[in-house]
Design a protein around this ligand. Sequence first.
Ligand SMILES: Nc1ncnc2c1ncn2[C@@H]1O[C@H](COP(=O)(O)OP(=O)(O)OP(=O)(O)O)[C@@H](O)[C@H]1O
Length: 341
Amino acid sequence: MWNATATAAAMAGCSCSSPFSTPSLFSHPNSNSNSNSNSTGFSSLFNLPSKASSSPSSTQFHSFCLHRSHSLLRPIAAAVSVESPPLENKKLLLEVKDLTAVIAESHQKILSGVNLKFYEGEVHAIMGKNGSGKSTFSKVLVGHPDYEVTGGTVTFKGQDLLEMDPEERSLSGIFMGFQSPVEIPGVSNADFLNMAYNARQRKLGLPELGPIEFFSHVYSKLEMVNMEMDFLNRSVNEGFSGGERKRNEILQLAVLGADLAILDEIDSGLDIDALQDVAKAVNGLLTLKNSVLMITHYQRLLEYIKPAHIHIMENGRIVKSGDETLASVLEKEGYKAISSV
Ligand SMILES: Nc1ncnc2c1ncn2[C@@H]1O[C@H](COP(=O)(O)OP(=O)(O)OP(=O)(O)O)[C@@H](O)[C@H]1O
């Protein structure tokens, strides 16, 4: 099922019915919270004008996906890679083997045998021509219902990811930041985040946070992405500019956390300052355990968030992998320099 955790997970970068937008996660206003946050909400607590209500319905969350985990995040400087331990000490985070997938409705093949190995704490980037399958790959990882896996395996933290529904994927620590973040009219950003956070806490058997405690948690994250407090009171992504939506995705990631954050074109539509803010925030979330998979068309993002590995996708599979020099070759010579055909 695609639910709030999924939504949250998806909003944090996924797609739809479970790790991110699950209705079940939002359907317990009187659950065992230490704060009754769902019924009170940020708006009333802080006297913010109530532009958005605080009661998202399950339907509102159904078209999202999302992500997250709540690992502790250690800030580091922007444009600085986390120093990796030697390979033999690294733990395998994600292993994709011969993954094939089709569009569920039409059975059109999009992924034709993706292979990828990802260790904890690593940053990877996937580049490739328009339509090569990058977004499809990321959506398949979070369990987007538009796609059907037809072959191959995906192991995440030692578990069969393909056996999990989208919400379980989110709860297991995958977050997806979408290329086109979805609006949730009538639901304030703060209440959405608080509910998504508490939904995850509930699922993990951890204490929930009421509006006041949650405000402290979210306030420092706002600073991280250089967003004004007013954004907390606005409906999720409604009326946000393209750049504000991208910042909001990273805010969700910062609030919810993730072992693996998948960021689909997080740099698109960002001005130079916003790109630096977003990159700094993402770098601030990296630890020896937290990992990022970026999808991008541009080398400039990779100048701020340094990937250890760059992969080129073509016709639904990874045709070349290398270090950052691959991005420089692409920038100078285009995809013809590395095309497999
Ligand atoms: N739900 C869908 N319905 C129809 N076609 C789809 C669907 N999802 C993906 N496709 C098609 O699959 C191909 C790969 O799409 P995808 O979005 O994964 O490419 P991409 O590499 O992310 O492209 P871009 O760089 O332009 O974002 C495209 O031809 C796209 O039109």
